[in-house]
Design a binder for this molecule. Structure first.
Ligand code: PMT
Length: 218
């Protein structure tokens, strides 16, 4: 980054999957590697921001100069984010948060020989991004949407439903895992497809887009 477009800003980012326990050794999770979120954290830091990265369980090094808070479940992530959101200027939700958690998680390991198939009862998790977006004088909110089809329609619907100014859409086959991605940014001005590139490059473009919207240059 030549100009430090986010100098003096506090940026809060979520990354990676969440892990919703079924019993002490089993759980429900997803294939997010954390790479996209960590790339956004690195790019925001390089753009001069003070960055806190709330990360689900992933095997990635902490980007230089970034404060990382490790969490496991969506409820942990929710608590870590809500404790910091009001003091942030920008919130970027890159994490693939589980929509549901297990309501009847077992304290002890489930045994196969106790008869019958154990029922797993699901309960809805809080929508972290929507809650941050609803804060009075809260941060500028950016979401992500991973879809298997109808990217524009579904991403724009999420943007409106969560009431956020910017969402980055990607197809699941492009975005989950791997070092590269294909992003389309959706904001009040319409859609901005970015050229497919390494996540590090796309993260820098996203950060520049956020900075432009923040300063009203778009
Ligand atoms: O980690 P990688 O392997 O690099 O993959 C990156 C990615 C594909 C996970 C990432 O680019 C991405 O698209 N993340 C969002 C995944 C998704 O589809 O989220 P969602 O549609 O469930 O949620 C939409 C938005 O709301 C997201 O910003 C999400 O962080 C947020 N959300 C969702 C549910 C919830 N309970 N709380 C939330 O904050």
């Amino acid at each position: 980054f030549a100009p430090k477009v986010l100098a003096g800003r506090k940026v809060l980012i979520t990354a990676g999957p969440t892990f919703e326990a079924i019993d002490p050794v089993r759980g429900i999770t997803n294939l997010s590697s954390g790479r996209m979120g960590y790339a956004v954290a690195r790019a925001a830091r390089q753009a001069g921001a003070a960055v806190t990265l709330v990360s689900g369980p992933v095997d990635l090094a902490v980007p230089q100069g970034v404060e990382r808070v490790k969490v496991r479940s969506a409820l942990d992530m929710h608590a870590a984010v809500m404790a910091r959101a009001a003091g942030s200027d920008v919130f970027v939700g890159v994490a693939a948060v589980a929509d549901y958690r297990v309501n009847n998680a077992a304290e002890h390991k489930l045994k196969k020989d106790t008869g019958g198939i154990p029922p797993i009862e699901l309960i809805e998790n809080p929508d972290i991004l929507a809650e941050v977006a609803a804060l009075k004088n809260g941060p500028f909110c950016v979401g992500f949407a991973a879809e298997s089809r109808n990217l524009e329609e579904y991403a724009q619907t999420k943007r409106r439903k969560k009431n956020i100014p910017l969402i980055a859409g990607n197809l699941i086959q492009d975005g989950f895992g791997g070092d590269d991605n294909r992003l389309v940014l959706f904001d009040d001005h319409g859609s901005h497809p970015l050229t497919p590139a390494p996540k590090s490059v796309l993260a820098r473009q996203l950060v520049e887009h956020i900075a432009q919207l923040l300063t009203g240059k778009m």
